[in-house]
Design a protein around this ligand. Structure first.
Ligand SMILES: [Fe+2]
Ligand SMILES: [Fe+2]
Length: 308
């Protein structure tokens, strides 16, 4: 093999010691729950029922629903490369078995959410494997920036990620409430059940590890949270606030239509309200640990952007 190629190949770590002693019973408890509450996206939901229902919808609505659920699918998929990197890191750092198991469960579950979402899109009007707008093609790959992740400690970074789980959990709850067709409702319900465990993992990490962090690291965690929220999630993933004007109008219209027909979507105005409220709750949650979350000017404070 060419020597320069060898240099680029990252070596597997020395695997020893391969730890088998459970250190964190509360994390292991989440792993046991994940096994007990397993579901199968293909078989748990009646996809034929959804296809039949879709036939009753106007074409534009079917397309809006398909676009919306395709976006949801891309977003769920975005969590899997992030998870894969964390698994790699957990192996390299010889973390306890239950931490590795939780990360593997996390990857598996996010991929299952991805599957449930693309199946909904498929049934409604056709899953879109590529975003239509160039803008989305640009934004989604920025969803996960490994450089940012690596500047945080393993547990600090994972705790930050679960703050986003909390935020997306709030949005998903609103979408669950919006959903009328039984198959979409069921998918939202099952996804939410998994997300509750992901959020719980974050709470465990905060309780166990945040006290040991330095003030600088706590400030950095708050900044990373804000950067990710502003840089990618408000750009059409969680909400349409930071999209360029034309695309914002188009995306907002598609979402509104999907929400109006109760396809498990949220209206753009409603989304911002949910995010602002969830942000307040997150601030209260991390406050006892001294993690400051900067103001998000697009959606908080007097300069918040008005929508659509
Ligand atoms: Fe998910
Ligand atoms: Fe999740």
């Amino acid at each position: 093999m060419d020597a320069s190629m060898l240099e680029e190949t990252v070596q597997n770590p020395n695997p020893y010691p391969v730890l088998a002693e459970l250190e964190y019973p509360d994390i292991w408890h989440l792993c046991v729950q994940a096994r007990d509450l397993h579901w199968d996206a293909d078989r748990a939901i009646d996809w034929d029922e959804l296809k039949e229902f879709a036939k009753t919808l106007p074409q534009e609505v079917r397309e809006s629903g398909a676009e919306w659920w395709s976006l949801r699918a891309w977003m769920e998929h975005g969590a899997t490369p992030y998870g894969a990197e964390r698994y790699r890191q957990a192996v390299f750092e010889h973390l306890p078995f239950e931490v590795k198991q939780h990360v593997v469960n996390f990857i598996f579950e996010e991929l299952r959410h991805h599957e449930a979402s693309w199946r909904i899109a498929e049934a409604l009007g056709g899953y879109q494997p590529m975003p239509r707008s160039d803008y989305f093609k640009m934004v989604i790959p920025k969803f996960h920036d490994e450089k940012d992740e690596r500047s945080m400690s393993f547990y600090g970074g994972m705790a930050v990620n679960t703050l986003f789980e909390q935020l997306s959990g709030e949005l998903l709850t609103a979408r669950y409430k919006n959903a009328k067709p039984k198959p979409i409702r069921k998918a939202c319900e099952l996804i939410l059940r998994d997300e509750a465990r992901h959020i719980q993992f974050g709470r465990i990490l905060m309780k166990r590890f945040f006290e040991q962090l330095s003030t600088e690291e706590k400030v950095m965690l708050g900044e990373k949270f804000s950067k990710k929220l502003r840089g990618s999630l408000l750009n059409g993933v969680y909400a349409v606030v930071n999209l360029p004007k034309d695309e914002r109008k188009r995306a907002a219209r598609a979402r509104s239509l999907a929400a109006e027909y109760h396809l498990g979507a949220t209206h753009p105005d409603e989304e911002v309200g949910i995010i602002v409220k969830a942000l307040q709750e997150i601030r209260e949650d991390v406050e006892p640990y001294g993690v400051p979350i900067p103001e998000i000017p697009e959606i908080e404070g007097k300069n918040a952007v008005s929508l659509v």
